[in-house]
Design a protein around this ligand. Structure first.
Ligand code: NAI
Length: 329
């Protein structure tokens, strides 16, 4: 089975190549994203293996189908970048890695909160320059604060359990409240309740038509003054220009993001010698109370091992004509 792996970084290749099943497949690695411009590279392959910023829209799927591709194997959990209906209409199956390490993302979420709050990134730089002053480094106790969680699936639940250990109150919104979390002391309310009552709001729902721009000028208006907003889910959950307004007016006190609406032109790339053309990210980078990481929340050794293992398992099951338990329908 021949597989075209798009958006390949050296670490992806390392993990795929050192896996015991590597010799059973012919993997060809492309550094480029899968887009309209690059879809023609899929000619002669049975499957494409894609990641979060590959654009698997209808026009791309038509080219994949014409080229004989039968399977789209996502090596991530979110599938908002794939037109699943169009894939189905063209006879392509879509599989994903539904959960590889919810802990990796939940732990990174807490890292963003603690770094923003206690400013350890600034302290690190200060001390290296011989500046031992504490001015402007004051934080707040996380203990006793109300944390709002939107989406309590695998990652949201892992995050709630971490936050519980900090002695926080948790208010959550999900279409399907979790009995396990209720037993743990999590209170469910409406999304408005979460926005109105939380000191820190963390987004863990998928990007869908319903959740796109869930954080916008109107919802920010509902929030407490100086709220902290954390997004480790998908960039488009936040309306970028509205959050910039919220930060400028000081209504939003802190923003921590691992994902960004226009991230595909920036994230995962070394642009240190380039002129960045995205004025919104430049504005966000200029705020002292904004912390940005480049979609690295998933990036642990354990998560990479699981992504590789489950992707090979998805390929094996497809090749063997077995039931695809990780199929996206
Ligand atoms: P999951 O499917 O286990 O949980 C998602 C939860 O969101 C479910 O409980 C679902 O009922 C809920 N939900 C769906 N629509 C909703 C709505 N309109 N309002 C409120 N809740 C809603 O997914 P998991 O594994 O927890 O991942 C969550 C998201 O995290 C993924 O969709 C992905 O976008 C993102 N992610 C980010 C990573 C990163 O590296 N930054 C890595 C992995 C996932």
């Amino acid at each position: 089975m021949k597989i075209a792996v798009f958006s390949t970084k050296p670490y992806d290749r390392d993990y795929f190549e050192k896996h015991p099943q590597a010799s059973e497949y012919q993997l060809h690695y492309f550094e480029t994203n899968l887009t309209d411009d690059t879809a023609s590279l899929s000619k002669g392959f049975d499957a494409v293996c894609v990641f979060v910023n590959d654009k698997v829209h209808e026009s791309v799927i038509k080219v994949l189908a014409n080229n004989g591709v039968k399977l789209i194997a996502l090596r991530c959990a979110g599938y908002n970048n794939v037109d699943v209906n169009s894939a189905k209409a063209h006879g392509l199956k879509v599989v994903r890695v539904p959960a590889y390490s919810p802990h990796a993302v939940a732990e990174h979420t807490m890292a963003l909160i603690l770094t923003l709050n206690r400013k350890t990134h600034k302290a690190y730089n200060r001390i290296r320059e011989g500046n031992f002053s504490l001015n402007n480094l004051m934080g707040f106790d996380v203990f006793g604060k109300t944390i709002g969680v939107v989406g309590t699936g695998q990652i949201g639940a892992a995050f709630c359990k971490i936050v519980k250990g900090f002695g926080c109150n948790i208010i959550a919104f999900d279409l399907y409240p979790s009995e396990e979390l209720i037993a743990l002391g999590v209170t469910y309310g409406s999304v408005e309740d979460v926005f109105k009552t939380s000191d820190i709001i963390s987004l863990h729902c998928p990007l869908t038509e319903d959740t796109k721009h869930i954080v916008n000028s109107s919802s920010i208006e509902l929030m407490k003054n100086h709220v902290m907003i954390i997004n480790t889910s998908r960039g488009a959950l936040i309306n970028t220009s509205d959050i910039i307004k919220g930060l400028s007016s000081k209504k939003v006190g802190f923003l921590g993001i691992d994902v960004y609406e226009q991230e595909e032109n920036l994230f995962f790339k070394d642009l240190s010698e380039s002129i960045i053309q995205d004025d919104d990210i430049l504005r966000l980078m200029s705020f002292p109370n904004v912390l940005i990481t480049s979609h690295q929340a998933y990036f642990t050794k354990e998560a990479m091992e699981e992504i590789t293992r489950i992707t090979y398992e998805n390929l094996r099951a497809y090749n063997a004509g077995e039931f695809l338990k990780n199929e996206v329908k």
